[in-house]
Design a protein around this ligand. Sequence first.
Ligand code: ZN
Length: 351
Amino acid sequence: MTRPLPDNATMYTALLRKDSTFEGIFVVGVTTTGIFCRPTCTAKKPKPEHVEFFSTPREALQHGYRPCKICQPLSCKGEIPEWLQPLMAEVEATPGIRLQDAELRQRGLDPNRVRRWFRQHHGMTFQSYLRTLRIGRAFGRIRHGEQVGEAAFESGYESLSGFAETFKNMTGFSPQQSRHRNLITITRILTPLGPMLAGATEQGICLLEFIDRKMLETQLKRLNTLLHAACVPGTHALFAALDRQVQEYFAGTRTAFDLPLVVAGTPFQQAVWEGLRTIPYGTTRSYQEQAALLGSPQAVRAVARANGDNRIAILIPCHRVIGKNGKLTGYGGGLWRKEYLLNLERGHRKQ
Ligand SMILES: [Zn+2]
């Protein structure tokens, strides 16, 4: 999935200005050096005829570019930029908040800049983001026994029908039906290998996948069916810890995770995923070994399939399973990511 890029003139201007609002929107490859950079890199800027733009570090890597040592385009900067932090804090602290462009300007923010950042990081406008927060919150309240009307009012809706319509558009069912449903709150987590989509229910983390993964949409649908749930973007108590642990993992300072996981699947799948969690950090096993471990040495293919169905990447380390001949076989997030993760772990394994 390649994101559309702004036009070259816009990106080149942003590059010259070291414009941080373009962080995460593009990286630039320099044809004369074979190195790629963030827009904000402080190194001498290349001539316009020597640049090639990519929407992700991954694409730059795939085109043979090496990451710049000065701006380190593979390491991720804080998810929320400084200029946006006061607004995000206000949104967190004010349930049901609505903010129009004029109110953003009053806060010294450029509505276009805000819109661009939300489109980039959450795939939606700021207004849609606020709307999903309100609906997610209302969902939680109704699930906990609150009357629909009350929940609608608390979430800032004055009309019940307007609330019901928005609710249904977003979750696929009516507010009344939601009492018997689960809510999966989803968010994005930035990693050096690109953004990941994370999901959590009240019981724990149920999803962590790289966003450009081909199967992602199918996985989300399957998850909704399995957990009898709807996915709504928003915040969740576990996300801060998840983000921190994932960042520590990528920094090489964390070798195990201690977050509650929700692993919905058949007993066989659950056994396979449980088996994956026994592979020590920095090591690998073959599908054959995993199958033998489960007491069904013949079930190599079924083990491989269940491996591929893992929905909680990294935390359930399906990347640690390789082919019998030591070859890296399939990985939903892409072989380049599997290779990166294994190299990362090998580099930080305790001897
Ligand atoms: Zn650079």
